[in-house]
Ligand binder design. Structure first.
Ligand SMILES: CC(=O)SCCNC(=O)CCNC(=O)[C@H](O)C(C)(C)COP(=O)(O)OP(=O)(O)OC[C@H]1O[C@@H](n2cnc3c(N)ncnc32)[C@H](O)[C@@H]1OP(=O)(O)O
Ligand SMILES: CC(C)C(=O)C(=O)O
Length: 557
């Protein structure tokens, strides 16, 4: 019998709810955010944060704009206690920021917690006990009433202690921990019992936090639980319903979003989703989800790289390169069709219109990312992306026919090197393929004269020590030069494509000219670059002819 046996598990029972309204709701404003990075995030680390790391993360959280920050579990460790004292005594809590601390519903711990908070201007005391069937039966060995007693005793103690410190504005929060594993009617009963002690009013509400301590179901079930709770709890208008989801099934953000649609006011989570096991709800992702829908997330994530650096330094955890919105690769396109679409959308972009760019759900610049990172080249890339890089970094505006020709060279190079092809490598390859003429015929001095509307072209061709004189006639310098080269090579040469432009990146107005010739039935491409457009054209033609002589055939004739 295999160890990998699904029959060991039972399905989470759906909520029997016929009146669900949340599926039709749209989130049009940000919830109240509470960061739990310094508490839930910290308690899950291999090495909990040092005082210095906590301090740095605190500063970052304030900078991002959190107005409620759970700073620790001060009754559990002297580090957390000292950190809370440090924030209060050194006046590091801005006027509009409220600190929050967690405590179990136990007397000595609650007393210590209030001691730690002495002198705070405003603070949230967050008390919890577990209410789920599993915890009741197996951890606490208590029936429903026993669990209600723990909660009510805790609530009373919190209230009594608060009265001892009237100089502080107290806010109370209660979590029926493991809410998602708790029968809904019981969760409501426990919370009603707690609020009966605290007597909240709409003017002075309390926070009821409904955690998915372990994520046990699909997010729609969580939303049903939240909506059911909100519909059945007493004094709903005196409660701030808060969510605290974990990511065991990978849906913590989705659950929080649906939970907000189901009526919640507030969301607890961490930056980048650090936290117990698979982590807490990722505030960066949820806030950016709102932002990308045109909703003000009420957090400033513009300096995403700084946030990532801080989180990494403080948690010692990496941020995945594909982390939603924030990862290093999330705005990068390697694949050809994506690059092509991005390039076209960006070139047509009208700044006055809402953002609509294929494959880029937001403007990377909003979070401090540059377009430089958007298109990167490897063997999956196509002509559009390659042309984008050449234009972006070197000012070459390759015509479509040359994009097609050059992409085969880049593709071959990428396949051979089995790695990403950097912008400089692309440029080198472009030069080697179309611009360099070493070891081949070079145009020396030349002379153009016109008589009876016919141009006569005479020039020296040099290769190493060898020198040849050529001459030809035609309607225009280019035609006369092609004629001279036909005579010289003994092959028929037809000018198939000709494009030119001023090089935008060149300070001294250089021109670049792209040429495609049909030489003896095969196509060859070349490129010339010069301050003189005639010279650029002749160089381009000669480079294509040199390639024919060297047998470098055009790939996509
Ligand atoms: C889901 C969450 O993230 S909740 C937050 C979890 N975070 C932490 O636990 C980190 C900080 N905690 C700690 O450092 C410790 O647990 C302390 C210092 C708070 C308490 O330490 P201890 O009392 O030594 O141990 P422990 O936490 O194991 O306590 C277990 C006891 O408290 C009881 N208990 C646990 N949670 C609660 C609660 N919320 N309310 C009341 N009693 C509780 C248990 O039933 C158990 O009782 P028993 O000793 O009679 O069997
Ligand atoms: C204490 C509670 C809110 C908690 O951290 C959880 O249930 O995950």
């Amino acid at each position: 019998m295999s160890q990998f046996d699904h029959s060991k598990y039972k399905a989470f029972a759906p909520i029997n709810k016929r009146d669900r309204r949340w599926p039709d709701k749209v989130i049009d404003k940000a919830p109240v955010w509470c960061s739990v990075d310094l508490r839930d995030g910290n308690q899950a680390l291999i090495e909990p944060m040092t005082a210095r790391q906590k301090s740095r993360l605190w500063d970052q959280l304030v900078k991002v704009g959190f107005k409620e920050i759970e700073v620790g579990f001060p009754s559990a460790s002297s580090h957390d206690y000292d950190f809370v004292r440090e924030l209060i005594e050194n006046d590091r809590i801005p006027e509009d920021v409220t600190i929050q601390v967690l405590v179990q519903a136990r007397k000595e711990l609650i007393e210590k917690t209030f001691e730690a908070l002495k002198g705070a201007r405003r603070a949230v005391v967050h008390v919890y006990n577990s209410t789920s069937t599993v915890q009741r039966e197996q951890v606490f060995g208590l029936d429903r009433q026993g669990i209600i007693d723990i909660a009510v005793n805790g609530a009373q103690l919190v209230q009594e202690c608060a009265e001892r410190y009237p100089e502080t504005e107290w806010v109370f929060e209660y979590s029926p921990e493991s809410f998602t594993g708790t029968e809904l009617d019981f969760a409501v009963e426990v919370c009603n019992a707690v609020t009966a002690v605290w007597q909240p009013t709409p003017e002075k509400p309390v926070i009821i936090n409904l955690p998915a301590t372990v994520e046990m179901s699909t997010p729609n079930v969580y939303a049903d639980q939240i909506e059911w709770f909100c519909d059945n709890v007493e004094n709903r208008d005196s409660l701030l319903i808060s969510l605290h989801t974990h990511n065991d099934r990978g849906c913590a953000v989705a659950a929080a979003e649906l939970g907000v649609m189901a009526g919640a006011d507030r969301v607890e989570g961490t930056l980048m989703g650090n936290g117990e096991r698979t982590g807490n709800m990722d505030v960066v992702t949820m806030a950016m989800n709102l932002y990308s829908q045109g909703v003000d997330p009420k957090l400033n994530l513009a300096n995403m790289d700084e946030i990532i650096q801080t989180v990494k330094a403080c948690t010692q955890l990496p941020v995945h390169p594909r982390h939603p919105w924030a990862g290093e690769l999330v705005f990068t396109a390697f694949s050809g069709s994506h690059q092509d679409a991005i390039k076209k959308c960006l070139s047509r972009r009208d700044e006055r219109q809402p953002w609509e760019v294929a494959y880029l759900p937001i403007d990377p610049a909003d979070i401090g990312r540059s377009y430089q990172e958007v298109i990167r080249i490897n063997s999956q890339s196509g002509k559009g992306g390659i042309a984008y890089v050449l234009e972006r970094d070197y000012g070459y505006e390759l015509p479509r026919w040359l994009q097609i020709d050059f992409s085969t060279a880049v593709q071959a190079f990428a396949e051979e090197s089995e790695s990403e092809v950097g912008s400089e490598q692309i440029y080198d390859l472009f030069q080697k393929t179309y611009l360099n003429g070493e070891g081949r015929w070079q145009l020396g001095n030349y002379n153009v004269s016109r008589e009876d509307h016919v141009d006569r072209f005479q020039a020296e061709l040099n290769r190493g020590g060898a020198r040849e004189t050529i001459s030809g006639t035609g309607n225009g310098v280019v035609a006369a030069f092609v004629d001279a080269m036909e005579t010289f090579t003994g092959k028929q040469i037809v000018l198939v494509e000709y494009n030119e432009h001023a090089l935008s990146q060149s300070a001294d107005a250089e021109a670049v000219c792209y040429i495609q010739l049909n030489i003896g039935g095969e196509r060859y491409c070349g490129c010339g670059r010069s301050h003189d457009i005639v010279q650029a054209s002749l160089d381009g033609i000669l480079r294509a002819i040199n390639k024919s002589a060297a047998g470098e055939q055009h790939a996509a004739a």
